[in-house]
Structures are given as structure tokens and as C-alpha cells.
Design a protein around this ligand. Structure first.
Ligand code: ACO
Length: 444
């Protein structure tokens, strides 16, 4: 980070200079942290559209050019040539693992894959219809009760303790995700196996049963690796910002990640992958054409969305969507699946990409538009789509939580506001609680 230039703010005839910081890819930002102290005024930025909250070395993103890199590596290259656990290592540790580190990392992930037997009983207390994201967030925060070694607030926590908590979480989230699916279909849990790699292990826990062995197909394992890699980080998105914000109160890793999971669940964020498939299913059930759907969206004045379209930072295209579309074609071909929802999705995409409403608002397919079709092809039910997203995003959350903790400038995150409520007023007698009303009786 360099700080050569200055920006000047003029307010009420007075001028104030602020440093302009430049990131490693030439991005510039005005550091206005001293503005309130010096000029008595704050900045207002609805939805943090234009506010940087930290410096970060994890992910580089250029929304105008459709560029996304983890620790400098293009996601296209990682998706083609790496496995998810290696990318997780990269995000968390800042470098690709060498052969020895890869071996140790796999051993550690295996060693921590079981969950405490008492936690297993929790699953049975959730109602049958419980959304797996509700179960996932509850289970993750519960890990802090079962594995309390990582303290709530100590900043000087040794790297060893943090690394163990991070590995434990990565490994156990996969087990928890598979168990929550088994619970939802009323089948017995399948335990993790040490002879299987991360993605194959997950598929086995999801789809094996006491009466049938699941055949692990390389094309499916590859597709899952690609999807998880593409979801692994996305700099300061809603859920990662939640992890950083909650983490700034110095909560433990599990509590901070549970906050991220809740943020991810929303339909405007990670929950959109479920919404896309539900939208396509609804169109098919109601024999609604893609053209009719687009007209409905356009005439709704913002009430109806085309799920899987639009992004806060990508204004030309989402590079993840391109890789996922390619992955979708490959997996459907390998599994010889002909999904009518894919035809509908492609028709919708084509129409939207030639429609002025979408073009003028820079609305393009995002990561969620085709991911649900890949998940369907590999047998994952739609209620589990956002859980899959969480599984993928976990290394990013951990990397940001860790990076924030290690930053000497990491402060309690506490935005300001512009108050817009009533001015000073006082309670009228009828508004005073009856407990505090003094009654006087007059004797004649
Ligand atoms: N369908 C129809 N119209 C849309 C869509 C959409 N998917 N997205 C945005 N618009 C319209 C808005 O109504 C608004 O129109 P207006 O200018 O006439 O008022 C305009 O485009 C700008 O939209 P904003 O909401 O201001 O854009 P913002 O950057 O805040 O929103 C968001 C980004 C939330 C992702 C939005 O595009 C959206 O809701 N998309 C659908 C949900 C979705 O797919 N989310 C996943 C995002 S990727 C991820 O988080 C993993």
C-alpha cells in the first residue's frame, strides 16, 4: 500500500487533506478515517456501495473487467488445475501447499472430520421440515461449546490453536452438511471415511446408505471441486463482511462463521441459487415462457427479480458464471442428463442479454444462475444448495477472520448513522406505565 497522493475536502470554506492509498493492483481509495475528528462530519454511503472497510490480501476482484483472483491466482486456472482443499489452504495460508504440506493438510482434515457424538443427537431435535441452513448455523455456533479451546477474546492466541480451529471447522462443516441432509430424508448418518478425499468423502456421506453403496464418479467429484473453488472467496461480500464485523467484537471463529452462514442464507446473496431453481420449476409447472417471465419482472417495478441475475460489483460479467456454465455442460454430458430446466435457463439468459431493461442496468448472470443445475445433476436437493455454497465459502470466511485478527488496525466495527427520527419529546401522562402512575385519593 502506498500513500503518495492527497484528496482535499472543502466544507464550509475550510479545506482538509486526506491521504489517497493505492493498492497492489492500482486501486485507489481516500482514507477519510480522520474526517469526523477534524471536520465534525461523517460520510454516508447506503449499502456500503462505495466504502472500503479494510485492506485485504486475500482476493482481487475487478468488477468492470470481470476479473477474480485468489491470492493472485486467476480462478479459471484454479478451477481447472486444483482441488478445493488446496485452494482452501491457499486462501487461509497465503500460498499453495507443497507436496509435504498437502499430505499433512489431508491428514489433519481427516483427523478432524468426526463430530462429537453428543452433537449428533442435536440433529434429531430439529423438526423434519427444518431448513438445512438453520441447522448448519446452529451446529456451527454449537462447535464453540464442544471445542472451546479457542478463547473468545484473546488477540495473542497462538497460530497453532487458530489453525486447529480452522481445520476442524473445514472438516466438520462437511460432515454437518451431509448429516443435515440425511436427517431431512430420515436416513441413518454415514460417517466420514479416511480413505476418501474431501469431495468424494462428502458425496459418500450424502448418498451412501446401509443398503446401497454410492458409486463415486470422477466427473461428479470434479464438478463439485470446481463449484466449491468458485465459491471459496469473494472479498468483502455480505456474509464475509458479517464474519469480519461480528469477529471485530473478538468472538471466536465458530461464532463469527455462524453469522456468515446466516448472512449467506438470504435470497439476495447465497440463497439465490435455491431461488433460481424454484423460479425455473415454477415456470415449467405453470407453462410460463421465458419471454412472459421477463415481462413480469420488468413490469413489477422491482418487486419481482430475475434470480441469478445482477451483482453489486460485476457490471460486465461474473467470471464465475462462465466457468460454471462450462462445468454444467460437461457434467450433464458425462452423466447423460437432459435437464429441461437447463433449456429454460439458457433461453432466459439469451433473452435477458438482448433486452434493454437488463442491459441498461448491467444485469448479467451471476454465480448462482447455473450452479443449481449442476447441483441437481449430481443429486443434491435444492434445499441444500445454499449449504453447498457455505461449504465452498468457508475457507474465505476463515481467511478473512484470520487476516482481520492479525491486522494491528483491526478495530471494533461500528458504523455511524444520520439520525432521522423525532426531536426531543417527553411522555404524556397517558403514556406513563401504570406501575409508575401516582394515584392520589382526595378525602372530603
Ligand atoms: N432482476 C430484475 N431487476 C433487477 C435485478 C434482477 N435480478 N437485479 C437488479 N435489478 C434492478 C433493480 O430493480 C434496479 O432497478 P431500478 O434502477 O429501476 O430501480 C437496478 O436493477 C439496480 O439494482 P440494485 O438493487 O440497486 O443493485 P444492487 O447492486 O444493489 O443489487 C443484487 C445487487 C442484490 C445482487 C441484485 O442484482 C439482485 O437482487 N439480484 C437477484 C438476486 C441474486 O441473484 N443474488 C445473488 C447475487 S450473487 C451472490 O451474492 C452470491
Amino acid at each position: 500500500m502506498s500513500t503518495h497522493a492527497q484528496a482535499t475536502v472543502t466544507l464550509d470554506g475550510k479545506t482538509y487533506d486526506f491521504p489517497v492509498v493505492t493498492g497492489s493492483e492500482g486501486e485507489r481509495a481516500i482514507d477519510i478515517s480522520g474526517l469526523r475528528k477534524r471536520a465534525g462530519i461523517i460520510t454516508l454511503d447506503y449499502g456500503y456501495n462505495n466504502t472500503g472497510a479494510c485492506n485485504s490480501a486475500v482476493t482481487y476482484l475487478d468488477g468492470e473487467r470481470g476479473v477474480l483472483r485468489y491470492r493472485g491466482y486467476p480462478i479459471e486456472e484454479l478451477a481447472e488445475k486444483s482441488r478445493f482443499v488446496e485452494v482452501a489452504y491457499l486462501l487461509i495460508n497465503g500460498k499453495m501447499p507443497d507436496a509435504r504440506e498437502r499430505e499433512e493438510w489431508s491428514l489433519l482434515l481427516n483427523r478432524h472430520s468426526m463430530i462429537h457424538e453428543d452433537m449428533r443427537h442435536f440433529f434429531y431435535r430439529f423438526p423434519d421440515h427444518a431448513h438445512p441452513m438453520a441447522i448448519l448455523s446452529a451446529m456451527v455456533v454449537s462447535l464453540s461449546a464442544f471445542y472451546p479451546e479457542l478463547s473468545q477474546h484473546r488477540q495473542d492466541e497462538g497460530n497453532e490453536a487458530i489453525n486447529i480451529a480452522a481445520t476442524r471447522l473445514l472438516s466438520k462443516l462437511r460432515t454437518i452438511a451431509a448429516f443435515s441432509y440425511k436427517k431431512s430424508i430420515g436416513e441413518p448418518f454415514v460417517y466420514p471415511r479416511h480413505d476418501l478425499r474431501y469431495c468424494a468423502n462428502f458425496l459418500n456421506m450424502m448418498f451412501s446408505s446401509p443398503v446401497s453403496n454410492y458409486e463415486i464418479k470422477p466427473a461428479v467429484v470434479k464438478a463439485l471441486n470446481v463449484l466449491l473453488i468458485l465459491h471459496a472467496d469473494h472479498e468483502q461480500n455480505c456474509s464475509t463482511s458479517a464474519v469480519r464485523l461480528v469477529g471485530s467484537a473478538r468472538v471466536n471463529l465458530y461464532a463469527a462463521v455462524a453469522a456468515g452462514i446466516c448472512g449467506l442464507w438470504g435470497p439476495l446473496h447465497g440463497g439465490a441459487n435455491q431461488m433460481v431453481v424454484e423460479m425455473l420449476e415454477e415456470m415449467r409447472a405453470q407453462r410460463e415462457t421465458p419471454r412472459d417471465r421477463l415481462e413480469k419482472v420488468k413490469n413489477s417495478k422491482g418487486a419481482e427479480l430475475l434470480y441469478g441475475f445482477g451483482h453489486r460489483v460485476y457490471k460486465s460479467f461474473d467470471p464465475r458464471a462462465k466457468v460454471i456454465k462450462d462445468c454444467c455442460d460437461k457434467v450433464l454430458k458425462a452423466l447423460k442428463i437432459n435437464d429441461p430446466l437447463l433449456d429454460l435457463a439458457m433461453e432466459l439468459e439469451d433473452l435477458a442479454l438482448h433486452d434493454d431493461y437488463f442491459l441498461s442496468r448491467s444485469l448479467y448472470p451471476n454465480v448462482d444462475f447455473y450452479s443449481g443445475i449442476v447441483y441437481r445433476a449430481i443429486g443434491i436437493p435444492k434445499e441444500m444448495f445454499t449449504v453447498m455454497f457455505a461449504l465452498g465459502r468457508l475457507p474465505g470466511w476463515i481467511a478473512h477472520w484470520k487476516e482481520a485478527r492479525e491486522d494491528p488496525r483491526f478495530k471494533l466495527q461500528r458504523p455511524r448513522q444520520v439520525y432521522a427520527g423525532p426531536g426531543l419529546r417527553h411522555l404524556k401522562p397517558q403514556e406513563v406505565s401504570s406501575e409508575y402512575t401516582v394515584t392520589t385519593s382526595v378525602k372530603s
